[in-house]
Ligand binder design. Structure first.
Ligand code: G4P
Length: 286
């Protein structure tokens, strides 16, 4: 499988993010709870050195709760302030609590200097499609006042005041995942965050079926009423027959069914499923 790589966009985005980061007290990084490892960009570590880091395991409504809890604990041990979220139902209070906790030192420092009630400034970062705009919109809708440019300090930057305590840069920082790692590219494709034409959709569906049968036994049977088997091509044929998904000549229409399988997965119709678990990654990262 081939993955596209965007070094030009990447370096420009990275430069912009680096500049914006000088203006903020805290970084709020969104990752996809179904693929926490693959959706977490390692460049942020280098870009964000020394800033407090809040990590949101977003889209948790579609992820496996047990695996999400394990990742939460794992990242907390690494020093992140972690929250499990569904950006579509944004509730600002828990986010605010975590951000306040992450910025404890800054708040103390401000207090010592007599600066009381100076809002915390944050920037949202993440790879495409993790829910950055949804996050900003859902909180901004509740409490939006654009604070406008602050001459001399933040020229050209728009801030959104979410509460008297928190301001967000209104443009999130977009970073690309590490596509050079094939497993990462595959997981990103499975959840549908990159243009699916980059990958053979049949191969993607076969890999999904193989994964589901192995890691979530019963899920494929519950969805399509077929007997689960390791041979995912045969399984795809079985699903075609079961669902009468045939071409005109009576052949199973595997292309159409592959699309349906992938779409069902992305739509959460196999249940709450995570493609990654902490134990797969501990050795690779540490
Ligand atoms: P981005 O700015 O990081 O690129 O992501 P964006 O907010 O555009 O979100 C991408 C998609 O993910 C959107 O769906 C959005 O509604 C959905 N999404 C964001 N956060 C969550 C979440 O916590 N849970 C779930 N289930 N979905 C989430 P879309 O299909 O592209 O658009 P729409 O359905 O909202 O119209």
């Amino acid at each position: 499988m081939e993955y596209q790589w965007y070094p030009g966009h990447m370096s420009k985005a990275k430069r912009e993010i680096k500049d914006s980061l000088k203006l903020v007290d805290v970084i709020i990084e969104l990752i996809d709870a179904r693929i926490p490892y693959s959706s977490k960009n390692p460049d942020i570590d280098e870009l964000a050195a020394n800033k407090p880091r809040v990590l949101l395991l977003n889209k948790a409504d579609m992820a496996d709760d047990k695996r999400t809890a394990e990742f939460k604990e794992y990242y907390e041990k690494k020093g992140y302030f972690v929250l499990v979220t569904n950006a579509r139902n944004g509730n600002l209070k828990p986010v605010m609590n975590v951000v306040r906790e992450a910025c404890k030192e800054k708040i103390e420092r401000d207090k010592a200097r007599g600066m009381i009630n100076r809002p915390i400034r944050a920037m949202i970062l993440g790879i495409p499609n993790v829910g950055k705009s949804t996050f900003i919109n859902s909180y901004a809708k509740k409490a939006c006042t654009k604070t406008g440019d602050k001459p001399g300090v933040t020229t050209g930057k728009q801030w959104i005041r979410l509460s008297k305590e928190l301001e967000l840069l209104d443009t999130p920082g977009i970073l690309w995942p590490k596509f050079e790692d094939k497993a990462v590219g595959l997981h990103i494709a499975m959840i549908g965050s990159i243009n699916e034409n980059l990958l053979d959709s049949n191969e993607l569906a076969l890999k999904l079926l193989e994964f589901l049968v192995k890691e979530y036994p019963g899920a494929v049977n519950a969805r399509y009423g077929v007997e689960e088997k390791e041979d995912s091509l045969q399984l795809l044929y079985d699903i075609c027959f079961k669902k009468a998904c045939m071409k005109k000549g009576g052949e199973p229409d595997t292309d159409r069914m592959a699309f349906t399988v992938t779409d069902d997965f992305r739509g959460g119709r196999f249940g709450k499923i995570s493609l990654e678990k902490v134990s797969d990654y501990i050795k690779r990262e540490d």
